[in-house]
Structure formats: structure tokens, C-alpha cells
Design a protein around this ligand. Structure first.
Ligand code: SF4
Ligand code: SF4
Length: 551
């Protein structure tokens, strides 16, 4: 068990031995790169460049979906503005440029936050308006918790902070609903530990030295609340005394934090674009000229084929996907799309088995009239078609003649950094495998009727794979194979591309350039209302939605 601040604020250990952990660092930790996280929590690490990489480029749009909401709430809580006045003031002079759809989302999120906050029951012994907003962050400092550990741990909370009548309350602000959100015991323990034992932060949260903390006042009660802005949902995650708060900070929480501090692996992905180590990272090869663009864009970004496809349909939609705004998934998931995702998920699960073994025609989900795998449910024709596709896959499964040295990596994310364009390229491959010493990447597509014509055009994942194979980003020293597996209503078709053929190489580059070049030159992501709106999951937030349903 750990307790309140035990360390003098004058202590100045070696900065490299200082770690500063906030709640954002423990959230979604399974998806983050451990090495990036371990670096980020050390304040002495040089920060990556923010904003524009080119002096002539416009200021980048805000990349965080809740930052504008916090700005508006600050105006209300510390500037004593009404919600309408705060919104108007923020709209007139936002700290950073925001996309029009993010502005519309912010208005909705503000209403959701205020409605939910008003519905939270008052804490025991506190009158309904007895808590006051607190402008300072709260943090606590701990000395070395065991031999070999960093000299100082700083744990800090941001979000919305309130205090009064001996109570400290932290409200965690979520974009989505909190109704079915899983409870994160590490996040809760870290938060209530700081509420019980933390002090106001007097210095900058970005200070490379230990934070300067104000006077500690022990609360009689601490409370952790979370609020879902999309639907004004709210729930109390913890309410108790300081002793009860310290008690939830148990060994499992300590172990989780130890893993974060250690950072023992690289996991390339969405974090690479904002990681300061990307130019030298051993897991992300640097390939100048990979995208054929000679100048950096507005700021460092990551690009994948998903980005390219979305951008081509509507630039605004691609930006809103990056922002992770709440989606209306029922709009975007047609029956065929759901069937495709269910088939992919099933096949992936078979390829992940240990010991590994080939797929077989009788290893299919059921019953045929309707089945579910993970979060994907299919019925009727799509259910039967999905079963047929899965059984067909067994006929062309790359493991079917499995020699002993076969190696498979389902759903592997491959990353490369193009320093000329200042872009991190992410390829989320369906299957990367090695048989008889030869590496191959296989993309699997499901379609009732097989596509004909230019495969690189129809499946830009293949164009990217050819480029990554030729430049040696994929394993195989420039000779990684590229395959397309099509599971159709009339059977499976596997096509191998000749990645050494000059016409294939040049066509792949042309296809890639058509996707990347306009995206790279754009920093404002204008809406392209039209057919893309029909299955867009963001029509609620988009003021330009073609059907007029935005807002
Ligand atoms: S560049 Fe990517 S893989 Fe490398 S440390 Fe950073 S986040 Fe991790
Ligand atoms: S609603 Fe239409 S215009 Fe707006 S982001 Fe979606 S696709 Fe683009």
C-alpha cells in the first residue's frame, strides 16, 4: 500500500530517474507501444516537434477531440461565463484551429457534460452546489518504491477537478458512453490515490524537473466520477475515505505500472507519428522517398490505406476518423461489411492457434442460419455465404502443407517512416507468413462476385504491399511475395503479384501517389458532401452532411 506525499518538494533526483504518469498513460495501454510510453513518461525525454514542420504551412488543426471542450469548460468555470457565452468566446478565438465538425461535436459534448454533471448525486455532507472547480492539477510524488526503481514517481490527474466541504472529486471526461464501458482498475487506483494523497501542482506539468507542489490538505472523502459526453451518461467509479482509496492501489496495480515504466517492447502503430523516436526506431525503418513526395507536409502524420480510401471519399471523414469522434456504426456497417469482418475475424483466430495448424473445411462457425463471432453477427444469406467462404479458405490456407519451419503473423502492423514526406506509413496486413524460407504477405478480400480488372487499383493495399516489399520494409530483403486471396460466392481465388516486374512496380507507385499526394498537401480536410454521406458514421457532427442530418 502507498500513501500520501512522502517526499520533500526540494528533492532533485537525476531527471532521467523521474517518471510522471497521468491517467492517459494507463488508459488503452494494451494498444500503445510500450517503448514509446516508457519514454513519454520520463519528463527529461526531448519532446517531439509539435505543429507545423514547414514554416510556410498553416497551423495544424486540433488533433484531440476533447481539448476544445476543456477550453470551453475552463471559460465557464474560471471565467464565470454562461455556456452560451463560453461557446461564443471560444468559437471567436479558439486556441488552435478546429475542424467545423469538431466545433459541432464540442457543442454537443458540452451539453452532454453539463447534463450528466447535474445528474450526479451530491457527495455525502455536501450541498448540491457545494463543490467548486479547481484550476490546479493534482499530483503526488513517491520516492523509490523498491530497489532499482526510478528515484521519483509522480502521479498526476487532469480532467475536471472539484473540491469543497472536505471532498475532492475528479470527473473523467469520455467522448463515448460510460454505460457499458469496462472499469479500468489501474486507472481508478491511480486516480483515487492522487485524490487522497495529492497536492496542487504549482509548476508547469511539462517541467523536466520534479513538479513543484503546494500544500497538502487531507480530504475526508474522495470521489471519482466518469461522464460520457455523447449521451450525457455518468457513473460514480469510487467514493470513499483516503484509507479506502489507498487500499485499491494494490500489487496488481503496482505490477501494471512497473510494466509501463519498464517498456520492454516496440509496437508500431498509430502512436509512431507522435513519437519522438520515430526517425531512429529499430521497429520502424526509415525509407526516404517511400511515398515519392519530396517535401514535408503541414505536420507529421501517419497514413494507411484506410486513411487514403476515406480521404478520397471525403477528406473531412478521414479527419474525423483520426479524431476518434463517436461513430454511428449502424450507418457504416452494411450486412456485407459485417459478414466480411466476421469472416476475417474467424480466419484470424484460426491462424493464431498454438500449436499452429492449417484451417480445415469443417472448422466453421454455425449454425448456418445465423452465427456470431466476436462482435459480428450475421444471419440468413450472409451467414451461409460467410460459412462457405471460411470453408473455401481451407482450400487455399497458406498453412495447408505446413512444413515445420512455417511462421505466421496474422494482422501484423508493418510501419515505415518516410523522412522526406515526414509521414509514418502503416500497413495493417491480413497475414504475413514464411514457408520454406520465403516470406509472403497475403491480403484476403471477401466479395460475393470476384473483382476483375486492375487489382492494384481496386485493392490499394496491394500497391502499398508491393512498395513495402520492394523497399525492403517487409521481410525478405526486397523479395517478399504479395498475394491476394479472394473468397467469393463461386469459390476461392489466390493471385500472386510479380513484385519484381517493372510494370507492377510502376503501377503500384502510380496508384499509391494518387491516394497519398492530395492527402499530404491538405491541412484543412474540407467536407465533400455526397455519396460518402450515405454510410458516414459522423453525420451527427458534420455541418455539411448531405442529408441535412448533421447536428
Ligand atoms: S516509433 Fe513507433 S514503434 Fe518506435 S518507439 Fe515510437 S511508437 Fe514505438
Ligand atoms: S457527413 Fe458527408 S460531408 Fe460530412 S464527413 Fe461524412 S461523408 Fe463527409
Amino acid at each position: 500500500m502507498v500513501t500520501e506525499n512522502s517526499r520533500s518538494i526540494d528533492a532533485r533526483p537525476e531527471n532521467s530517474n523521474l517518471v510522471r504518469i497521468s491517467l492517459a498513460d494507463v488508459r488503452r495501454r494494451e494498444k500503445r507501444c510500450p517503448q514509446e510510453l516508457a519514454t513519454k513518461i520520463r519528463p527529461s525525454t526531448p519532446r517531439p516537434r509539435r505543429g507545423t514542420t514547414s514554416p510556410a504551412a498553416p497551423r495544424a488543426l486540433t488533433k484531440w477531440p476533447l481539448v476544445p471542450l476543456h477550453d470551453v469548460l475552463d471559460l465557464m468555470e474560471f471565467g464565470e461565463r454562461s455556456p452560451e457565452d463560453a461557446l461564443a468566446q471560444w468559437r471567436a478565438a479558439p486556441k488552435n484551429p478546429v475542424h467545423p465538425a469538431l466545433a459541432q461535436w464540442t457543442e454537443h459534448a458540452l451539453r452532454g457534460y453539463l447534463t450528466a454533471a447535474a445528474a450526479v448525486p451530491a457527495a455525502p455532507g455536501v450541498p448540491p452546489t457545494g463543490l467548486r472547480p479547481v484550476s490546479r492539477l493534482w499530483a503526488r510524488q513517491r520516492g523509490p518504491v523498491k530497489p532499482g526503481a526510478p528515484d521519483m514517481y509522480e502521479e498526476m490527474v487532469t480532467d475536471r477537478r472539484y473540491a469543497g466541504h472536505g471532498v475532492r472529486e475528479l470527473r473523467l471526461v469520455r467522448t463515448g458512453s460510460v454505460k457499458d464501458r469496462p472499469r479500468d482498475s489501474v486507472e481508478i487506483a491511480l486516480a483515487v490515490g492522487v485524490l487522497a494523497g495529492g497536492s496542487p501542482v504549482l509548476s508547469s506539468r511539462w517541467d523536466r524537473n520534479p513538479l513543484t507542489l503546494g500544500r497538502y490538505e487531507r480530504p475526508r472523502l474522495v470521489r471519482l466520477v466518469e461522464i460520457g459526453c455523447v449521451d450525457a451518461s455518468q457513473r460514480i467509479l469510487f467514493e470513499g475515505t483516503c484509507e479506502e482509496a489507498y487500499a485499491v492501489y494494490d500489487e496488481r496495480v503496482e505490477e501494471a505500472l512497473d510494466r509501463i515504466v519498464t517498456g520492454d517492447a516496440y509496437r508500431p502503430g498509430d502512436n509512431c507519428a507522435r513519437c519522438g523516436a520515430v526517425a531512429d526506431c529499430p521497429a520502424v525503418p526509415s525509407v526516404p522517398g517511400l511515398l515519392g513526395i519530396s517535401r514535408p507536409g503541414a505536420h507529421r502524420r501517419s497514413w494507411s490505406v484506410t486513411t487514403g480510401r476515406s480521404y478520397r471519399r471525403c477528406p473531412a471523414r478521414a479527419h474525423l476518423e483520426d479524431l476518434l469522434l463517436p461513430r454511428d456504426t449502424s450507418a457504416e456497417d452494411s450486412e456485407a461489411v459485417v459478414r466480411g469482418k466476421a469472416v476475417h475475424a474467424w480466419i484470424e483466430s484460426r491462424h493464431r492457434r498454438t500449436p499452429q495448424r492449417p484451417c480445415t473445411p469443417d472448422d466453421v462457425p454455425g449454425p448456418p442460419e445465423g452465427w456470431r463471432y466476436e462482435k459480428w453477427s450475421v444471419t440468413g444469406l450472409q451467414a451461409r455465404l460467410g460459412i462457405q467462404m471460411i470453408a473455401d479458405h481451407a482450400l487455399v490456407c497458406p498453412l495447408r502443407d505446413r512444413p515445420d519451419d512455417t511462421e505466421v503473423h496474422p494482422e501484423e502492423t508493418v510501419a515505415a517512416y518516410d523522412p522526406d514526406a515526414d509521414v509514418v506509413v502503416l500497413a495493417k496486413t491480413d497475414l504475413l507468413y514464411r514457408v520454406n524460407g520465403r516470406w509472403t504477405v497475403r491480403e484476403t478480400k471477401t466479395a460475393r462476385v470476384p473483382d476483375e480488372g486492375n487489382l492494384l487499383e481496386q485493392h490499394p493495399q496491394l500497391a502499398l504491399a508491393v512498395r513495402l516489399a520492394r523497399t525492403g520494409v517487409l521481410p525478405g530483403d526486397g523479395h517478399c511475395g504479395v498475394e491476394l486471396e479472394r473468397l467469393t460466392g463461386s469459390g476461392p481465388v489466390v493471385t500472386e503479384l510479380d513484385v519484381a516486374a517493372p510494370d507492377v512496380v510502376s503501377e503500384a507507385q502510380r496508384v499509391l501517389a494518387e491516394y497519398v499526394t492530395p492527402w499530404h498537401a491538405d491541412a484543412r480536410y474540407p467536407a465533400k458532401a455526397g455519396p460518402a454521406c450515405a454510410d458516414c458514421p459522423f453525420t451527427r457532427w458534420c455541418p455539411d452532411a448531405a442529408d441535412g442530418s448533421g447536428g
